[in-house]
Design a protein around this ligand. Structure first.
Ligand SMILES: NC(=O)c1ccc[n+]([C@@H]2O[C@H](COP(=O)([O-])OP(=O)(O)OC[C@H]3O[C@@H](n4cnc5c(N)ncnc54)[C@H](OP(=O)(O)O)[C@@H]3O)[C@@H](O)[C@H]2O)c1
Length: 251
């Protein structure tokens, strides 16, 4: 099976790494832009080649990932003619499934998916829709699949990933604070990674929800209880929800 990718930046680079680990593709065909990334990938992996233009990817591949920047996606997609019977997976965050379908036409199967850079290691959540008998076997092995029945079910999952940078910002604040308190930077980094790892491990293995985890971590009149009360009084959790509401409106 020939798999194409149009728009070869960060996400596409991760998708190529994931695809090569699953041996799904006989060939991976990349759009020439970004030329440096495409060339690097074709030098690194034997099954990767660079097409002469976006149209060449569209007409010769069975499955095509669209990983174009939102600002150019509509303009680019409307110029392309995809092979009849092929399948297109749009990862463009702000382009809805129905818009994409309209631009591409009915002879092609159109899907929305939200892979993350962790797809490079065939890891992490991978939400998609619509669900039919073709898409699941194609995505199997690339991450933890979250099939969604429609856009309403898909969009909040996509929006939730917009807090990845903020999550790292919290980690960064903790790191800076530890260093300001005379902890060696390498020790601080290692400590925080171990802490996050153990908390995720605990959350995954226990069958309780996050509310219960908060409660079990908060000893009465203890430090965790004090910290979460201070943050809640400042509206931190409400601010997070308001931010997500704003992001959701754009998807
Ligand atoms: N990164 C993520 O974690 C993530 C997750 C889910 C969804 N997405 C979606 O995936 C898409 C790509 O994200 P990204 O982070 O990979 O962005 P990115 O690193 O900027 O990659 C986009 C690539 O598209 C290329 N490009 C620009 N105009 C093009 C055109 N007309 N034809 C072909 N290629 C063109 C860019 O080339 P130049 O460098 O030459 O401009 C760049 O290499 C976005 O729509 C984003 O919403 C990203």
């Amino acid at each position: 099976m020939k798999i194409g990718i149009i728009g070869v930046g960060k996400l596409a680079t991760a998708i190529v790494a994931g695809l090569t680990k699953t041996n799904k593709a006989t060939e991976i065909v990349l759009s020439p832009r970004n030329m440096e990334n495409s060339q690097l990938l074709s030098n690194k992996y034997e099954c990767v080649k660079v097409a002469k233009d976006n149209q060449a990817v569209a007409e010769e591949c069975d499955w095509i990932f669209l990983t174009l920047p939102p600002s150019v996606a509509v303009r680019e997609i409307e110029q392309l003619t995809f092979k009849s019977g092929s399948s297109v997976i749009s990862c463009v965050a702000t382009l809805s499934h129905s818009e994409c379908n309209q631009l591409i036409g009915n002879s092609v199967n159109v899907y929305k998916a939200f892979p993350l850079p962790t797809i490079a290691d065939c890891n992490g959540p991978l939400a998609y829709y619509p669900c039919d008998t073709k898409i699941k076997p194609f995505l199997d092995g690339l991450g933890d699949l979250f099939p969604c029945k429609d856009g309403k079910a898909f969009r909040p999952l996509a929006a939730a990933t917009s807090l990845i940078a903020s999550h790292y910002a919290v980690q960064n604040t903790l790191h800076d604070w530890l260093v300001e308190n005379d902890i060696e930077p390498a020790v601080a980094l290692n400590y925080l990674n171990e802490l996050m790892d153990s908390l995720t491990h605990q959350a995954k293995k226990s069958e309780v929800d996050f509310r219960e985890l908060i409660s079990s971590a908060s000893t009465s009149q203890g430090l965790n209880e004090q910290a979460i009360n201070m943050l809640s009084e400042r509206g931190v959790c409400q601010d997070i929800k308001k931010t997500l509401d704003t992001i959701l409106k754009q998807l």
